[in-house]
Design a protein around this ligand. Structure first.
Ligand code: ADP
Ligand code: MG
Length: 332
């Protein structure tokens, strides 16, 4: 009995009227409990559609969605759409009552039958999302990042088993975003929450996800641990989603000494580095882009530009000639 999958889709297809090619097709996946699963894909690849199917906001045309072995009811079968054990947070924080205090925005979701528990739980989620200091502030005066934290605190207040996040960090500053991501990881760890998040930000999915699902044109093209998908993607599409990589044609790659029979050669910025060769200086540094703790170098040979990562800022200047050693590449 413990073998019953937690949350799964079985050959689920959902298309939109008049848009036969849009939506998702024959998606079969199993979500592991108490982990963070990230769904990544280009805009329009079906990420939000898949998330809504998992939550019960949409009904599949074909196939089934099951939570702990039971079919999830669609919106036409349920008074309040969405599975009771799940909560979804999107970019819009419309659910917030901007005239009420943060505290009340959370407490209002909890039953009045037990006032002590209501207070304790509200205090607890405020603490989990690191917003205790905002408890008495009116929601109207919150920043975008703070609103997003309150929205997640509200979702967690009633202790859902599954939290669905549809690109909720888009409007949050990068510096705030990392803190929020850490806090969510902590909640997953401490409370055994299951998170399914949709994103197109590689930094986000690589650092947060335990499991990564790649969607293209409504179909899963690969899935696995973020590290494995990053190091060894099976598709050019995946590599391009996960990193700002160099994609060379076979001819261009041959110019760099890579003999290949395939169409594309992919070199990640960290797989190419200047070396201290005295004799061969066949690349020219075209641009040095300072990034703080590292630099992006744009180097050129025979009109082909390669972007590479240099962890010794200040070492190279525009116009320098260098030799480049390529330690790894992928073929597609
Ligand atoms: P993503 O979240 O990856 O950007 P979506 O799941 O929102 O993708 O959409 C997938 C495809 O389905 C897109 O081509 C989109 O235009 C289409 N689509 C989404 N919702 C609807 C709808 N309500 N009616 C018609 N087409 C839709
Ligand atoms: Mg979307």
């Amino acid at each position: 009995m413990t073998d019953t999958p937690f949350l799964q889709t079985l050959a689920v297809t959902k298309t939109y009227p008049g848009e036969r090619l849009a939506g998702v097709k024959r998606i079969s996946l199993t979500i592991k409990p108490q982990k963070i699963t990230a769904i990544i894909g280009e805009s329009g690849s079906g990420k939000s559609t898949l998330l809504k199917l998992l939550f019960g906001l949409l009904s599949p045309d074909e196939g089934r969605v099951q939570f702990k072995g039971e079919r999830i009811w669609g919106p036409e079968e349920k008074l309040i759409p969405g599975h009771d054990a799940m909560k979804m947070v999107t970019q819009d924080t419309d659910g917030l009552n901007v005239y009420a205090k943060v505290w009340d925005n959370i407490a209002v979701l909890l039953p009045n039958t037990d006032v002590t528990t209501k207070e304790e739980r509200t205090t607890q989620v405020l603490k989990q999302l690191n917003i205790q200091h905002l408890a008495d502030k009116q929601a109207f005066f919150l920043s975008g990042g703070e609103k997003q934290r309150v929205a997640i605190a509200r979702a967690l207040a009633t202790r859902p088993e599954v939290l669905l996040l549809d690109e909720p960090f888009n409007q949050v500053d990068t510096s705030f975003r990392e803190g929020l991501q850490q806090d969510i990881r902590q909640v997953v760890h401490d409370m055994g929450l299951t998170v399914i998040m949709v994103s197109h930000d590689p930094a986000e999915v690589l650092s947060m996800a335990d499991e990564l699902i790649v969607l293209k044109d409504g179909e899963i093209i690969e899935a696995g641990h973020p590290k494995a998908l990053y190091q060894n993607p099976q598709n050019l599409y995946t590599a391009k989603l996960l990193t700002n990589c160099n994609v060379l044609s076979a001819d261009d790659a041959r110019n760099f000494g890579i003999k290949t029979k395939v169409e594309h050669v992919v070199i990640y910025p960290e797989w190419a580095a200047p070396t201290g060769s005295w004799t061969r200086k066949d690349f020219t540094v075209k641009q040095v882009l300072f990034k703080g703790s590292y630099e992006d170098l744009l180097v050129e040979k025979d009109h082909i530009v390669l972007r590479l990562l240099n962890d010794q800022p200040g070492k190279y200047r525009t116009g320098d000639t260098v030799h480049i050693k390529i330690s790894k590449y992928l073929e597609f």
